[in-house]
Design a protein around this ligand. Structure first.
Ligand code: ACM
Ligand code: ZN
Length: 534
């Protein structure tokens, strides 16, 4: 079936490729400059790729990426021979930028870094999908607007295998994204092997059953044990290397002190009451959080983060921090003793003593990570009790938190629900979509989003970038995950990469080309945008 689908997709691509020959070449996200020239470059299985050793990786990725359309030889060392595809570094270009010149004899791609060359090759891949073996001569100049172009993946509520995470990374890279925010721990499971605490994966990587239906209306469970599902450290390393080869950095998220019920199940001493709780089978916000008072919590977190840092080279480590109910802390002698010791007072509004205790925990963990050369990023909930000047804020409850943080000189990643939660419905009628958490985020809304709204020129400089989030409560399998990601990711990628040069006049025709890419790659996508439904 797979082979049949691929063959049909290929035939379709070649057919449309012939029909589209006269059409204008299109790239998504929109490049900075595109100039069409006379003539074509003929791509054949004799076409050689010339690449210096530091560009072998993007060259090899390109050979794989176009393998469904044309079989190319492994890249050759850079030679003077003029014909073929020539890759070069050009340090005068922006780091992730590239310049591509296509003449009848040569395709020359210069990049500010290997990543820049890789993005040039992604654009070339789109031209190959559009034109097959006759690539129109043109010049392209291109560079991204935002340096952080992310997508998040929750592997707790539903688990995705190493192979599926790799496919997810392939999809991100094809849209020129460069960050995967990997949400590895939560109430319903712990999915990363920590050698120091084998109980976490032995006991917390499975739950006894899973909720059926929506968490606001249902108390029915399926009675089917879920798990054990987790990644070994070896598997994590494999995924990190795979992502790096596609210029995607992985930011791991270890939730603290909230969304931690699974960890509390395995290690009850992490909680305030030390009573055993189950790995949660419901969705939502659990009151069972790590104790902020006991020293053992901090020892645990430092131990876990030490292993996490050894696995992930990312400068940023995501420390979660969202949705932390304080009812346990209000009753806990350890938490209250710590509050007294720190002299924390209720300062009204959100600045309760308990929220400030959470800020203490976050700042302490930040110092620990900083001492190891890393930085923290956390959800905007952490603003409630105050943050350090060096914390980076992920703004999900709208953009207000992000705007506030930018105004105060903190770096920000914008991921507001109303534009970036791809677990939300895509159409108003919701027909055929299956169950989702709620909301309404059609392609068009993502595409029209102004991520700078409410920020002056100075504050804009603090916005590192944008990210979509995929929480997996209602995403039971990888096929469904892809249909939530695509095609909305294409809209987001243009906002991330080409923020101020989005081209709505050509978006439909460019999306038709992206759709052909999805079909060639056998990636599932939602049909609504293409059907004109929103
Ligand atoms: C979140 O959606 N709770 C960050
Ligand atoms: Zn406590």
């Amino acid at each position: 079936m797979q082979i049949l689908r691929r063959t049909l997709a290929l035939l379709f691509a070649v057919l449309i490729g012939c029909m589209a020959e006269a059409a204008t070449p299109v790239i998504l996200p929109q490049p900075t400059l595109f100039t069409l020239r006379e003539g074509t470059f003929r791509l054949t299985n004799q076409t050689q790729i010339h690449a210096p050793s530091e560009l072998r990786n993007p060259a090899e990725r390109f050979v794989e990426d176009v393998a469904a359309i044309v079989t190319l030889e492994a890249p050759h060392k850079a030679s003077k021979q003029a014909e073929g595809i020539r890759l070069q570094l050009n340090k005068a270009l922006p780091t992730e930028g590239y310049h591509m010149q296509i003449t009848p004899r040569e395709i020359r791609i210069e990049g500010g870094s290997a990543a820049g060359v890789y993005y040039g090759l992604q654009s070339l891949r789109q031209l190959v999908v559009q034109y097959g073996d006759s690539i129109p001569c043109c010049t392209i100049e291109d560079a991204p607007n935002f340096s952080y172009r992310g997508a998040h993946l929750d592997v707790v509520r539903h688990f995705f295998t190493v192979e599926e995470v790799k496919r997810y990374i392939d999809i991100l890279a094809a849209h020129k994204l460069n960050r995967l925010h990997w949400h590895l721990t939560d109430d319903q499971g712990w999915r990363i092997e920590i050698k120091h605490y084998p109980e976490l994966t032995e006991q917390a990587s499975k739950r006894k059953e899973t909720l059926i239906g929506h968490c606001l209306h249902s108390t029915t469970y399926d009675g089917v044990p879920y798990g054990p599902y987790y990644y070994t450290q070896e598997e994590i390393r494999e995924v990190v290397v795979y992502a790096a080869a596609r210029y995607v950095k992985i930011i791991p998220e270890i939730e603290m002190p909230s969304h931690a019920q699974a960890a509390l199940h395995a290690l009850p001493w992490l909680g305030c009451t030390e009573q055993q709780v189950e790995v949660w089978t419901h969705w939502g916000v659990s009151p069972e959080v790590m104790c902020g008072g006991k020293e053992t919590t901090y020892e645990f977190l430092e131990q876990v983060l030490t292993e996490v840092m050894a696995l992930f080279p990312s400068e940023y480590i995501h420390i979660g921090g969202d949705e932390c109910p304080k009812e346990r802390w209000e009753q806990c002698p350890h938490c209250q003793a710590r509050i007294r010791e720190l002299g924390l007072q209720d300062e009204g509004q959100n600045r309760t003593a308990e929220n400030q205790l959470q800020s203490y925990l976050t700042a302490r963990i930040e110092r620990f990570l900083n001492a190891h050369g890393r930085r923290i990023i956390g959800w905007d909930d952490m603003l409630a009790g105050g943050i350090t000047p060096t914390a980076t804020v992920m703004s999900w409850q709208g953009t207000q938190g992000g705007i506030y943080a930018a105004q105060h000189g903190n770096h920000v990643v914008m991921t507001p629900m109303e534009y970036c939660y791809f677990d939300f419905y895509q159409t108003e009628s919701r027909e055929g979509e299956g169950l989702a958490i709620g909301g309404w985020v059609p392609f068009e809304k993502v595409y029209a989003w102004d991520p700078y709204a409410g920020l002056n020129d100075h504050e804009r400089d603090y916005i590192l970038g944008l990210q979509c989030n995929l929480w997996s409560e209602y995403i039971p399998n990888f096929n469904h995950l892809q249909r939530l990601l695509l095609p909305r990711l294409a809209a987001l990628s243009e906002v991330q990469w080409a923020t101020d040069r989005r081209d709505p006049t050509t978006i439909r025709i460019r999306m038709e080309q992206m759709r052909r890419l999805y079909e060639l790659c056998d990636w599932s996508y939602a049909p609504y945008y293409f059907e004109g439904r929103k």
